[in-house]
Design a protein around this ligand. Structure first.
Ligand code: SAM
Length: 295
């Protein structure tokens, strides 16, 4: 019988967020697949965990997958961790998880910290539907095109990760392209000095400029944009039907020719979609010529 792959979330800045289930799972696993073994060693030392580790970083993920899958198929249990937070969320893990799905190997999640979900949960912005986009694009052109897409699809809430080195530039682009977007910009979530900037890009940009520590730590950004322009007026469903539309309606419903439809519509009110004779035979005939021209 094959073993189980455990996807284990680890803290994103506060070791107290390590769950007892995560500690137990890492202790009991036959092997820990880690994004960076040196980094995970610190976590293991802190929690007195002595399980062996093997590396599963984004550059060897495809080569390592067979090794892990074989061990799982041989009945061993493997715990997958990334450097921080939930594996597979902008971190390695998907390749192995997908391979397990295809091989029929059971995968169990050990939930815990995730910067995107933590940021969304404290943002105070609509959270019913959200779109997690990973890192904000680096190039100005791509940034503008990303914001253009948001403009076209408002009402959804977007979550981005961003580096502290680029955060001012990003706010500057949003200030120009989406000045009315509501933002919750979360810095160093779960740490004792965590801070969330709230407002539009202009006010946040000014706050960041005044903070000498702004270009430090880690950022997750939640952005919501409501288009305030009135929606385009849609054609009313109650608009009167044209004679042409009525003719088509009769032809479809009665499965008849145009000639028969003209007769029915001008003589039998029960066949008309409005329940009334809409016009004289002459007028209906004129409409049938319009229809013929159309086709
Ligand atoms: N798998 C992780 C998760 O579950 O959140 C995300 C990994 S991704 C490579 C790392 C990025 O997540 C950072 O560059 C930053 O944008 C964001 N991030 C991680 N920890 C954070 C924190 N404590 N506060 C704000 N953002 C954080």
């Amino acid at each position: 019988m094959s073993g189980i792959l455990y996807i284990v979330a680890t803290p994103i800045g506060n070791l107290s967020d390590m769950t007892s289930r995560a500690i137990e799972t890492l202790r009991n696993a036959d092997l820990i697949a880690a994004e960076d073994t040196r980094n995970t060693m610190k976590l293991l030392n802190h929690f007195d965990i002595h399980t062996k580790m093997a590396s599963n970083h984004k550059f060897n993920e495809h080569e390592a997958v067979d090794y892990f899958v074989n061990r799982l198929l041989n009945g061993e249990n493997i715990a997958l961790v990334s450097d921080a937070g939930t594996p597979c969320v902008n971190d390695p893990g998907f390749v192995l998880c997908e391979a397990c799905r295809k091989a029929g190997i059971e995968v169990i999640g050990i939930p815990g910290a995730c910067a995107a979900v933590t940021a969304l949960s404290i943002s105070g912005l609509p959270s019913a539907t959200f779109n997690f986009k990973g890192f904000f694009p680096r190039e100005k052109k791509e940034r503008i095109s990303e914001l253009e897409k948001i403009k076209k699809n408002p009402t959804e809430t977007y979550i981005f990760y961003e580096s502290p080195k680029r955060i001012l530039d990003v706010m500057e682009v949003i200030k120009e392209e989406l000045p009315k977007a509501e933002i919750a910009l979360c810095n160093d979530l779960t740490k004792s000095h965590e801070k969330t900037y709230r407002g539009n890009a202009e006010s946040i940009y000014a706050e960041l400029k005044n903070n000498p520590n702004a270009e430090k730590g880690e950022y997750a950004m939640v952005l919501h944009y409501e288009n305030e322009e009135p929606p385009e007026e849609k054609e009313s469903l109650d608009a009167p039907l044209s004679l042409e539309a009525m003719l088509v309606d009769v032809m479809v419903k009665e499965n008849c020719t145009m000639k028969e439809a003209i007769t029915l519509l001008s003589q039998d009110a029960s066949k008309s979609p409005t329940g009334k004779i809409p016009a004289s035979k002459k007028e209906i005939y004129a409409s049938s010529l319009n229809l013929k021209e159309l086709f």
